[in-house]
Design a protein around this ligand. Structure first.
Ligand SMILES: [Zn+2]
Length: 628
């Protein structure tokens, strides 16, 4: 256990975390998220830090920002070294808690789990044991990631008190909407670039404080991450050959092809991306369904498969190649299954009749689009595609807009208005393009086909840069041995091999594994170079400044890569440690999260700014001559 002497941050961060958890900031909601933004601003102001806000374009949700300006920046410095502390102020939904638990009351929640423990002290339930240990705080957001924001507020307060001796700035940013589409961070990028240019900031690194968790049962290792994993939704539109169910061999069931795709991708270790000493989990299916609307005696003509891919080094180009290969195999296998079944069936029927071959066609979205554009002309195709894709959607939205709020919400909650979902809009675009392709003879209507395409979300991976300033500062700080010991190969000096009470193994790892907004703070070259291919195979992709009606703009998806390229920040995640993010047992381990995270963050900032100040002096020999 931690002695009182070791507590520099603990009580302050605990108090701040509880204050923030008590505010329901489930996103998306202007009112709820702005209430949390206001609380963060107030907490900063209480510490003498002036807090400001940017606003989200669509609905004025607040993005909180605050700048502590150091007073020890060399006067001749052209730009001021500035560290960014990044976090999100919204939390995931709370359905898991049911109606009897208040997700936003840490005290009542702990009492609840503690009662259960006392009723059965021999329990092996980790949640109850943790409640009994007294080292954990419960509640939605306690872990993901209000304790991270709280730690950053405390650090900002400390830096404010000592800013006269600070050789640079620290900029804290708290975003709404992270749990939905990261629209808050996207809208923060332009004002951030503007602030950087106006104040002549040199953005030397971003430290995110999103949650970290055990990587396997019983894992006590804490981790700092120096990059972040990528994620992309890989989709297949499958078109079979329709038949009456009484003539099963005449056609080819789209669901059989889809099932083959699922079998080829789901949990396939060959599709794990290994880089920088880390391996992703294999892909899993996120959706499989056929597109038949109601019962009849026909086989379904088409189906869709969504497959979530996690990536370290693979680019969209690599993924697309894997997708077309999987599609080819799924079609060939379905074809062979059909022929083999026919041969067995024909023997029992004593017929020697042969079955027609139904060999399949594989297209990427781009290939299909190009072929259709060659027939119709690009402008005509684009117009037809957009008009037909969005007509139902526009009508749905207009009908919803005409309703009073309560009825609208009822419909959104209860009716299956799937057109409103981004993935369904992507599918609508693909189906329209396939229709056009069939009409124009680009697709052979008598043969099965698969179209491979991408849909939201897309989080690009950001790879660790071991020799970057932020990494060096983290290495040096961890090497003090104050926080634990590191054992990961190639992750910096191994220190302090003897475990001490209140100190945990600490690893430096390459990829934050749960997807984070760090994805949008830097774009690595291989990702940037593959963007033309990504865009061409992403039906909903919208480019910044692209000409389109405002109505359709909001239906699209885009990542402002040109802006992100201007930021080009080193990234790291130093965040709280806990369990059951997004679940009703969400809880944060207080000793590490309330004490160690702040101390680490604070010291890494000081090291990074000092390192940068020295670096600047070395780069400017004139100054050295002036000050021998
Ligand atoms: Zn989070």
């Amino acid at each position: 256990m931690m002695s009182d002497l070791n507590r520099r941050w603990y009580d302050e961060v605990k108090d701040l975390t509880e204050r923030l958890v008590r505010i329901n900031s489930v996103s998306p909601s202007v009112e709820r998220e702005n209430a949390c933004a206001a609380a963060i601003q107030q907490a900063l102001e209480e510490r003498g830090v002036a807090a400001s806000e940017w606003r989200m374009r669509a609905d004025e949700r607040k993005i909180v920002w605050a700048l502590v300006e150091g007073g020890a920046v060399p006067a001749e410095a052209e730009r001021v070294p500035t560290v960014i502390l990044l976090g999100h102020l919204d939390v995931a939904g709370v359905q898991d808690y049911g109606s009897s638990l208040d997700p936003f009351d840490p005290v009542a929640l702990r009492a609840h789990w503690l009662d259960q423990y006392r009723a059965d002290p021999a329990t092996s339930d980790e949640r109850l044991l943790d409640a009994a240990s007294g080292e954990w705080m419960f509640g939605r957001g306690s872990f993901d990631m209000k304790s991270g924001v709280a730690a950053q507020i405390a650090v900002m307060g400390a830096l404010q008190r000592e800013k006269a001796s600070l050789p640079g700035n620290v900029l804290m940013i708290s975003t709404p909407d992270e749990e939905v589409e990261s629209a808050g961070l996207m809208d923060a990028l332009d004002p951030l670039v503007k602030l950087r240019d106006e104040r002549k900031l040199d953005l030397v690194g971003v430290i995110n404080a999103d949650y970290t968790a055990p990587r396997h049962p019983g894992d006590e290792t804490r981790a700092i991450y120096r990059g972040t994993i990528g994620k992309l939704l890989c989709c297949f539109y499958v078109r079979g050959c329709e038949t009456h169910v009484g003539e099963a061999f005449r056609g080819l069931d789209a669901n059989l092809i889809a099932a083959n795709l699922v079998r080829a991708t789901n949990l396939n270790p060959a599709l794990c991306d290994e880089a920088d000493g880390e391996i992703t989990v294999p892909p899993v299916t996120q959706k499989v369904r056929d597109l038949k609307a109601r019962y009849d005696a026909q086989t379904p003509l088409s189906a869709v498969v969504h497959c979530s891919r996690l990536i370290h080094a693979w680019t969209p180009k690599d993924l697309l190649a894997q997708m077309t290969e999987a599609a080819r195999e799924a079609l060939d296998d379905a074809q062979q299954q059909r022929q083999a079944a026919w041969r067995a069936y024909a023997r029992r029927h004593s017929t020697s009749e042969k079955l027609d071959g139904l060999s399949g066609q594989v297209f990427t979205y781009q290939e299909l689009h190009n072929a259709a554009a060659a027939k119709l002309g690009l402008e005509v195709l684009s117009e037809e595609l957009e008009r037909r894709t969005f007509s139902t959607l526009t009508r749905t939205r207009e009908a919803l807009d005409a309703l009073p709020l309560s009825e609208r919400e009822f419909l959104l909650d209860r009716a299956r208005l799937t057109d409103l979902d981004s993935r369904e809009r992507s599918l609508a675009a693909v189906r329209t393009l396939v229709d056009i392709g069939l009409r124009e003879g680009v697709i052979d209507s008598r043969r099965p086909a698969v179209v491979a395409y991408f849909a939201a979300p897309f989080f690009p991976p950001v790879r660790a840069v071991p020799d970057a300033g932020l990494s060096r500062a983290i290495d040096a700080e961890v090497a003090t041995g104050a926080y634990g010991w590191t054992s990961a190969p190639g992750s910096g000096p191994a220190v302090n091999s003897a475990p001490r009470p209140g100190v945990w193994p600490l690893e430096l790892r390459s990829f934050y594994p749960y997807v984070s907004e760090l994805s949008f703070m830097r774009v690595d070259d291989p990702v940037y170079e593959s963007l033309p291919l990504l865009r061409a195979n992403f039906p909903l992709w919208r480019e910044e400044g692209q000409e389109t009606s405002a109505n359709l703009w909001r239906e699209g998806f885009g990542v402002p890569f040109e802006t992100i390229r201007k930021l080009d920040c080193d990234v790291a995640n130093i965040g709280p440690w806990g369990k059951e993010a997004h679940g009703c047992g969400e809880r944060v381990h207080m000793p590490y999260s309330f004490e160690t995270v702040s101390e680490l963050t604070y010291n890494v900032i000081l090291r990074l700014l000092a390192d940068r100040a020295v670096g600047q002096a070395v780069q400017e020999p004139i100054n050295l001559e002036e000050n021998p």
